[in-house]
Design a protein around this ligand. Structure first.
Ligand code: A3P
Length: 319
């Protein structure tokens, strides 16, 4: 998650490098503009290290997203799909019944920020990881003719901003919606600008559909089973006829549904990171499309639609 990756020991070299970068603050979170993206300050060295040192394996699967675009859902679906031989969705001891989805896989920049990336080498294949980094920070993931599989989820920007505000408010109750809204329009939300984040993955998925699968939160809501089948095919583990007949697809969709995850003990208590007190249950809110209507005036909606349309013009990506 965006705030679960505070570095344990920033070096002096890093402190010097980072403090020279443009800075802004959202809800007490300091962001630094690194190569055009507003990263949480503590993750700038991780971005540099990822660019230099991340070595994907062909069998790796990386779940990528901006915060509040459906990360937790996609993480759960991908994990349940990759782990289904060992843990059928109905298994009483399924990790998703014991752990928060984010505890089921490594957070790429979290490991790199903590100097713990060696842990990745120790993981057996196939490795499942997640990241909020723009694709530009993990160039090793999708070089022509190599790299690994990346599954990206994007979301209608107005709903993403509303979700981000609700989340940040859990720790900063005084935060005004208009403040987060303005930052999103300016591109200065965590890991933003959102349009450049979307576009990095969008373009890569157009150029190399076998390497990058581009999903949308709204599509996942409309047809979870159909998108789950796409995901499984994409990672090279399509559901067999026997699995289809055995209800495995429906079982995974049900296990990973908002109500199911919300009801797990592991998601009702505890924090994403003990140092920054975002409750785990804050990850599971409404889970709908179009919720922005109760938070934005028509003028605000027009402004944000205008920003998105302007930045995404002629890219083929639209909302
Ligand atoms: P809302 O705040 O609009 O309800 P992320 O996981 O990237 O932080 O995204 C959080 C958003 O995904 C929240 O949106 C949350 O409610 C929604 N969400 C979390 N788990 C979900 C699930 N299993 N199914 C559908 N939506 C889910």
């Amino acid at each position: 998650d965006m705030v679960t990756a505070l570095p344990e020991r920033p070096s002096e070299e890093h402190v010097g490098l980072v403090s020279a970068l443009p800075c802004c603050t959202v809800a007490d979170m300091k962001l630094r503009c690194y190569q055009g993206f507003w990263l949480p300050e503590g993750l700038v060295p991780a971005a540099a290290a990822l660019q230099r040192r991340f070595e994907p394996r062909p069998s790796d699967v990386i779940v990528a997203s901006l915060p509040k675009c459906g990360t937790t859902w996609l993480v759960a679906l991908a994990f349940a799909t990759l782990a289904r031989r060992a843990y059928p969705p109905g298994a009483a001891d399924h990790p998703l019944r014991r752990l928060n989805p984010h505890q089921c896989l490594p957070f790429l920049e979290g490991l790199f920020a903590g100097g713990r990336e060696g842990k990745l080498d120790a993981l057996p294949s196939p490795r499942l990881m997640n990241t909020h980094m723009p694709l530009a920070m993990i160039p090793g993931a999708v070089p022509a003719g190599g790299g690994c599989k990346v599954v990206y989820i994007c979301r209608e920007p107005k709903d993403m901003v509303v979700s981000l505000w609700h989340y940040l408010r859990r720790v900063h109750p005084d935060l005004e919606f208009s403040e987060v809204f303005d930052m999103a329009c300016d591109g200065t939300t965590p890991y933003g600008p959102f349009w450049d984040h979307f576009l990095g993955y969008w373009r890569a998925s157009a150029a190399r559909p076998e390497s990058v699968l581009f999903l949308r939160y709204e599509e996942l809501l409309r047809d979870p089973a159909g998108n789950l089948r796409r995901l499984a095919r994409f990672v090279g583990l399509p559901f067999s006829a026997a699995e289809e007949e055995g209800g495995v697809v429906g079982g995974i969709v049900e296990l990973c549904s908002l109500d199911s995850l919300r009801g797990m003990e592991a998601n009702k208590a505890g924090y994403m990171d003990p140092r920054v007190k975002f409750p785990r249950e804050a990850l599971f809110r409404k889970g709908v499309a179009g919720g922005w209507k109760s938070h934005m005036t028509p003028e605000m909606a027009r402004r944000m639609d205008g920003v998105a349309a302007d930045k995404l013009r002629a890219t083929g990506l639209a909302f």
